[in-house]
Write a protein that binds this ligand. Structure first.
Ligand code: NOJ
Length: 542
């Protein structure tokens, strides 16, 4: 593979395409059944062949793996199950040589309960780290200090018998929240960021970055004004308005400090994961506006969509209206949600066609784009039996919630190899037999999903209007989605038929159909487009 230069533009991230790697399931290089950093390095040529700008690697830091690595016990070290720091340096060097930037994923709102900081903090109320976590006395009746709930179920407070106080955990009991009100914690986190910047990483995905600060007064959240007849949810977390446990105003000042640090290095970026229920767009606007905080936010709007034009048009329009100055990173799938092909497919449909339609739509959006390993193969969600489950959320809420293991299964590389080339031994999660048929070595020829991803990425790159142009939604109802991408005087019209019937879409007489990959059966005559079921078209409008 020829050496590709790294794009040196400081705003390389605007409109960039990022490939998400879930390291435990990408490639095993040690016959352990679990993926690792050297495995990623070995497979980077595949990633580079797609034409993406960057990779985002989910956490590989030292961790007891209670939340699959999002519970970190040393933010500056590689967990032995993923390899060594030398393996990371080699990965970084190879990625850069291939023209790929590397974004790491840090969960700073919390640490593992096995982190030495927490071991020290819980020992007494007056040690050097005593205020590094969120500790609170019980109410006189012994119950927790307020009504906050954990996003993973149950109260957000856990009693610690040694310290004789409760500690806050917005997520698992094994994930105590760091106290960002403490300046020493703020400094310690900036130190970690500096460590990785000096090592050469190009950016950070900041896991739940709106969870950094909590209300200092520990005020209880009000109930969510839900319909009384509503069926109770599997997890009562959604029954509160999360006014006080996260998304606090102090975040803005801290994100500015973080940005100042990033800006001391050349073209490094931050992508904040923001989970703020009904206030998400407001928080995204606050965190990404002004050019002095996050570069962009990673949001969940399309991660739950089933691909209907109404949903997609409304997600775009709500974002454009609420966040005029900010920048978003769109995704259809990741390691936390069921794969989008399974969400979008209707009985009897051709998965290849639907995968291509979804990819075309994703690559046409305004914003940066992130897609998830295996998406380029058209993988569907796997079904994991309870006894094989690893995800703590899935185990806790079984069977009301299928959990997240079904999108975290191993990548299939070679259809005929043992465990599809992922590992020589039984993988940590079962490899889906349907996935082996869609392995990388089975695809790449014209007509395959993999070929479509490569061509569609090249098409996006070749049309600046798709990378950084404005967006104007024209239609979003029934089976029709249409929007324009506008760059100066160039206007591209993207039209999608998401339904089962052919329709005719009216165009200006001067419109010209461009050779969008994947849908040769779309035809154009003066003034209209004939769109077969599940198809996409792109026209130049003069
Ligand atoms: C965000 C990550 O994407 C998810 O996988 C994890 O469970 C939560 N943070 C909590 O740690």
């Amino acid at each position: 593979m020829p050496k590709a230069p790294i794009d040196v533009k400081p705003d390389w991230w605007r409109g960039a395409v990022i490939y998400q790697i879930y390291p435990r399931s990408f490639q095993d290089s040690t016959d352990s059944g679990s993926g690792d950093l050297a495995g990623i390095t070995r497979r980077l040529d595949h990633v580079a062949s797609l034409g993406v700008d960057a990779i985002w690697i989910s956490p590989f830091f030292t961790s007891p793996l209670a939340d699959m690595g999002y519970d970190v016990s040393d933010f500056c070290a590689v967990d032995p199950s993923f390899g060594t720091m030398a393996d990371f340096d080699a990965l970084l060097a190879k990625a850069h040589a291939l023209g790929l930037r590397v974004i790491i994923d840090q969960a700073f709102s919390l640490s593992s309960d096995q982190h030495p900081w927490f071991s020290e903090s819980r020992r007494s109320r007056d040690n050097a780290k005593s205020d590094w976590y969120v500790w609170a006395d019980p109410k006189p009746d012994g119950s927790p200090p307020n009504n906050w709930l954990s996003a993973f179920g149950g109260p957000a407070w856990e009693w610690d018998g040694l310290r004789r106080q409760y500690y806050l955990h917005n997520l698992l009991i094994q994930q105590p929240d760091l106290n960002f009100h403490n300046p020493a914690v703020q400094e310690a986190v900036l130190e970690i960021v500096r460590f990785w910047l000096d090592r050469g990483v190009d950016g950070f995905r900041l896991s739940v970055c709106n969870y950094y600060f909590h209300d200092r007064k520990l005020r209880s959240n009000p109930p969510h004004p839900v319909d009384n007849n509503r069926k109770l949810p599997a997890n009562p977390y959604g029954m509160q308005l999360h006014l006080h446990d996260k998304s606090q105003p102090e975040s803005l000042g801290y994100l500015k400090r973080l940005r100042l640090l990033l800006d001391q290095y050349s073209s490094r970026i931050s992508i904040g994961e923001i989970i703020a229920e009904e206030r998400t767009l407001e928080v995204v606007s606050d965190y990404t506006g002004g050019g002095d905080k996050l570069h962009m936010s990673y949001t969940f709007d399309l991660l739950s969509s089933d691909g209907t034009p109404t949903q997609i048009a409304s997600a775009i329009e709500r974002f454009e209206a609420a966040v005029p100055e900010g920048w978003v990173c769109w995704s259809l799938s990741n390691h936390d949600v069921p794969r989008h092909l399974t969400r979008w497919l209707r009985p009897g449909e051709d998965p290849t066609r639907v995968a291509k339609l979804a990819a075309t739509l994703l690559m046409s959006l305004r914003g940066s784009i992130c897609f998830y390993q295996g998406e380029e193969l058209g993988l569907e969600q796997s079904e994991i039996p309870f006894e094989k489950m690893q995800d703590p959320r899935g185990i806790r809420f079984w069977s009301a919630d299928e959990g997240r293991d079904g999108c975290r299964t191993p990548m299939p590389w070679e259809a005929e190899a043992e465990h599809a080339g992922f590992s020589t031994v039984e993988p940590w999660l079962p490899l889906d037999a349907r996935h082996a048929e869609r392995a990388v070595d089975q695809q790449g020829a014209p007509g395959t999903v993999l070929d479509h991803y490569r061509r569609m990425l090249a098409f996006r790159k070749a049309h600046p209007a798709l990378v950084t142009g404005d967006i104007q939604v024209l239609e979003g109802s029934g089976d029709l989605l249409a929007f324009d991408r506008i760059d100066g005087t160039s206007r591209l019209r993207m039209v999608f038929n998401t339904g089962r019937d052919t329709f005719v879409y009216r165009l200006p007489e001067t419109a010209r159909l461009l050779a969008l990959p994947g849908f040769p059966d779309v035809s154009a005559e003066t003034g209209h487009l004939k769109m077969p079921p599940r198809s996409a078209a792109c026209c130049q409008i003069d």
